[in-house]
Design a protein around this ligand. Structure first.
Ligand code: BTN
Length: 264
C-alpha cells in the first residue's frame, strides 16, 4: 500500500519519467544504500527512493548526514547515464543546479558552493552525495543522493554544525511542505538531466557558475593532500574547480572542502 506521503508527492509531481517508480519508506539506514541495491536488482533509470528518516545518512567525505524523522527530505535517484567515466562528476554539478533552483522557489537567496552544496546566507541547506558503479558490461549506474534541510530547527543540528547549517524553515520562517518540495526537486532534476544529455556539459557548467557564490572569490580548499588558497576561475569540462593559486599558478581541484575567504 502506498504511504500518504507517496500519494502527496505524486499529486504534485509533473515529471515525464523521473519518479515513475517512487519508493517511500518510514526509516532506512541510507536512501543511497536502498537505491544502490535497487539499481543492482535492475531498477530503471529515474527510480526514486525517499525516507522519512535515516539512521545512517551518509554525507560527502565520509561524514554523517543528520537525518531526524519527518522534518526534511532524504531522497536518492537511480540514473543510468551514457557518459564517460571522466564526465560523471558533471552529474553532481547538474544535481547542484537542480537543488539550488528548487530551494530558490522558497528562498531566492540560495547559492551554490563547489561542488554542490546549497547555501542560504552562508549556511548549508542542502548537500549531494553521488555514488557511481560500473556493471560488468561497462554501463554506469549512478545514485544521486540529496539531503535538504526543510524543517529542522537549530537544536536538531549537532553543536559543531550550529551556525553552519540551517533549514528552509529557519531561513524563511515558513513550515515547508515536504511532498511539494520533493516534487519540485524531482522536476528540476529531470529538467537539468535532460538538458545535460541534450546539450552537453557546457550549459550545465554555465548554469552552475551563474548560481555560484565562489565565482571570482578567494577560497581555501581543504583536500586529502593539504590546503590550497586561491581564486576560483571556473569549472573544467569534467566539473573540476579551476583555482588560481596565490602564487599565480593554476590548479584543478577534484575533491575537497571549500571555504570562501571572508565568510566564517
Ligand atoms: C553532503 O555531505 O553534503 C552530502 C549529503 C547527502 C545526504 C543525502 S540524504 C539522502 C541520501 N542518502 C544518504 O545517505 N545520503 C544522501
Amino acid at each position: 500500500m502506498q504511504s500518504s506521503f507517496a500519494i502527496a508527492v505524486k499529486r504534485h509531481l509533473r515529471t515525464w519519467w523521473l519518479g515513475s517508480d517512487l519508493r517511500c519508506f518510514e526509516v532506512v539506514d541510507s536512501t543511497n544504500r536502498v537505491a544502490r541495491d535497487a539499481a543492482r536488482s535492475g531498477a530503471a533509470e529515474g527510480t526514486v527512493v525517499i525516507a522519512d528518516a535515516q539512521t545512517r545518512g551518509r554525507g560527502r567525505l565520509g561524514r554523517e548526514w543528520v537525518s531526524p524523522p519527518q522534518r526534511n527530505l532524504y531522497v536518492s535517484v537511480v540514473l543510468r547515464p551514457d557518459l564517460d567515466a571522466d564526465r560523471l562528476s558533471l552529474l553532481s554539478i547538474m544535481a547542484g543546479v537542480a537543488a539550488c533552483d528548487a530551494v530558490r522557489e522558497w528562498d531566492p537567496r540560495a547559492l551554490l558552493k563547489w561542488p554542490n552544496d546549497v547555501l542560504v546566507e552562508d549556511r548549508k541547506i542542502a548537500g549531494i552525495l553521488t555514488e557511481a558503479e560500473q556493471s560488468e558490461r561497462g554501463k554506469w549506474s549512478v545514485i544521486l543522493g540529496i539531503g535538504v534541510n526543510l524543517n529542522s530547527c537549530e537544536g536538531d543540528f549537532p553543536p559543531e554544525l550550529r551556525g553552519k547549517a540551517a533549514s528552509l524553515r529557519m531561513s524563511t520562517g515558513e513550515i515547508i511542505d515536504r511532498a511539494r518540495f520533493a516534487a519540485c526537486l524531482l522536476q528540476r532534476l529531470e529538467l537539468e538531466y535532460d538538458r545535460l544529455r541534450r546539450e552537453g556539459g557546457a550549459a550545465t557548467r554555465a548554469a552552475w557558475w551563474e548560481r555560484s557564490m565562489v565565482a571570482g572569490r578567494s577560497l581555501t580548499v581543504a583536500g586529502l593532500a593539504g590546503t590550497l588558497t586561491g581564486k576560483a576561475l571556473g569549472l573544467d569540462e569534467d566539473g573540476a574547480l579551476r583555482l588560481q593559486l596565490d602564487g599565480g599558478a593554476e590548479r584543478r581541484v577534484l575533491a575537497g572542502d571549500v571555504t570562501v575567504v571572508g565568510i566564517v
